[in-house]
Design a protein around this ligand. Structure first.
Ligand SMILES: *[C@@H]1O[C@H](CO)[C@@H](O)[C@H](O)[C@H]1NC(C)=O
Ligand SMILES: *[C@@H]1O[C@H](CO)[C@@H](O)[C@H](O)[C@H]1NC(C)=O
Length: 405
């Protein structure tokens, strides 16, 4: 069955959820498609009353669920959040907006306003905090329940938003957990085709019937005390997901929030601080089978892929380990996630040089996350990760989206 909830949205537009379902689902599931042009991961949802399909870019480090209200937002369940209310406080905003035009979604007087910090345009547009209905399929871990009823004709494209999965109270994981009374936990399994996200917990069954919720390795999720958003209040911690990687020479500096390792779905490829990047390139350079060819942007190390062997987990290239809190806990990156084909016969190391003084030393990007299951347990403040599912003869594109009623 489909489970609907009123969600706090930021109307440039952001949403807040309200439970609108009699039965409480144990978990929810969302399809997430990779957009080949932008290399972003796009969740397919339905929203509003009556329901319309919505494509929302997944932003792991985003603090809001926001949608574009400028293009004919019409919904009988849309309600702006008033200033100085508990919901406004939950969003940790201190702004109150007024609008001189006729009231419409995104433009109401005495509504709680916010600067969502859009990662795709380097400006922060002001938005109105509001709530409206969001509909997501429930799941038993193997299939979705009945798909949310879609209107026969609706804006297929042009209805866009950003699904912020940040660790704050108005991020989608916390709102869904609060609305449906399940644990603040979600899992992401990105794919170059159509992957999947689960909210609420496992099992996470991928065809042919493999539960990838275990075994996982676990590492603590760290809180960066300094916000990494474009616009923030002083003393506001980052809503992004940081982990401790010992191979980061800068470490995780508590006082200024610099350094550290974060996971980001909006970066198509992992960005490494220069010295770390050079160390990885040096490992690849030593490999006799990798005959270097002129690099293709944005990459710095490319090679002739003719004659490079292949394995179950991609091209036969050196493994890259992100070592966590102990030598026994590492995220091993194999060829399928470390090498990208750029031209016929030419492949590149799928990492980008982030320069000598980046704000964050390692930003693990989307390509490195594909076909790996990541479970973000906000309640326990830990990240579970599977390493490449190709070893287990499945992929993140293998969730069975055929619904059962
Ligand atoms: C790659 O190597 C093969 C065989 O040695 C050669 O024929 C081909 O031209 C090379 N390609 C590039 C892009 O250098
Ligand atoms: C997917 O799920 C449906 C509904 O349970 C089932 O009928 C179908 O056989 C499944 N597909 C595969 C490939 O197992």
């Amino acid at each position: 069955m489909a489970s609907s909830a009123l969600l706090l949205l930021l109307c440039v537009c952001s949403l807040q959820l309200f439970l609108a379902s009699a039965q409480r689902p144990k978990a929810l599931v969302l399809p997430i498609a990779k957009d080949a042009a932008s290399l972003q991961y796009v969740a397919r949802l339905t929203q509003r009353t009556p329901l319309v399909p919505l494509q929302a870019v997944v932003h792991l480090g985003g603090g809001f669920f926001w949608v574009d209200c400028e293009r004919g937002y019409a919904s009988s369940t849309y309600r702006p959040v008033r200033c100085r209310t508990a919901q406004c406080a939950a969003a940790q905003t201190k702004s109150c907006s007024s609008c001189n035009l006729a009231p419409r979604p995104g433009c109401n007087t005495n509504s709680c306003s916010f600067f969502p910090g859009n990662p795709f345009i380097q400006t922060s547009t002001s938005g109105e905090l509001a709530e409206d209905v969001l509909s997501v399929s429930s799941t038993d871990g193997s299939n979705p329940g009945a798909a949310a009823a879609l209107p026969p004709r609706g804006p297929r494209s042009g209805t866009t938003g950003i699904a912020g999965l940040g660790r704050n109270r108005v991020g989608l994981p916390s709102q869904l957990a609060a609305a449906f009374s399940f644990r603040r936990r979600f899992a992401l399994c990105l794919s170059s085709a159509v992957g999947v996200a689960f909210f609420g917990g496992g099992p996470y069954r991928l065809l042919p019937g493999i539960d990838v919720s275990k075994p996982l390795l676990y590492t603590p999720l760290l809180v960066n005390p300094v916000s990494t958003a474009g616009v923030s209040y002083k003393g506001e911690p980052s809503v992004e997901y940081f982990i401790g990687v010992t191979s980061d020479p800068a470490g995780h500096r508590q006082e200024d929030g610099l350094g550290g390792t974060k996971i980001s779905t909006v970066n198509p490829y992992t960005v490494l601080e220069s010295s770390i990047y050079r160390a990885v390139v040096a490992t690849f350079s030593k490999e006799r089978t990798l005959q270097r060819v002129p690099p293709v942007k944005p990459f710095g190390f490319c090679f002739n892929s003719t004659g490079v062997g292949s394995t179950r987990v991609g091209p036969a290239v050196p493994q890259i380990d992100l070592v966590m809190q102990s030598d026994l806990v590492f995220w091993r990156i194999f060829g399928a996630n470390s090498v990208v084909v750029v031209n016929e016969g030419v492949s590149c190391l799928a990492f980008v040089d982030g320069g000598t003084n980046p704000r964050t030393s390692i930003v693990v990007g989307g390509y490195q996350l594909e076909d790996n299951l990541l479970e973000f347990d906000l309640a326990a403040s830990r990240l579970g990760f599977s390493s490449s599912l190709l070893f287990r003869q499945t992929t993140c594109a293998n969730f069975n989206f055929t619904s059962t009623r």
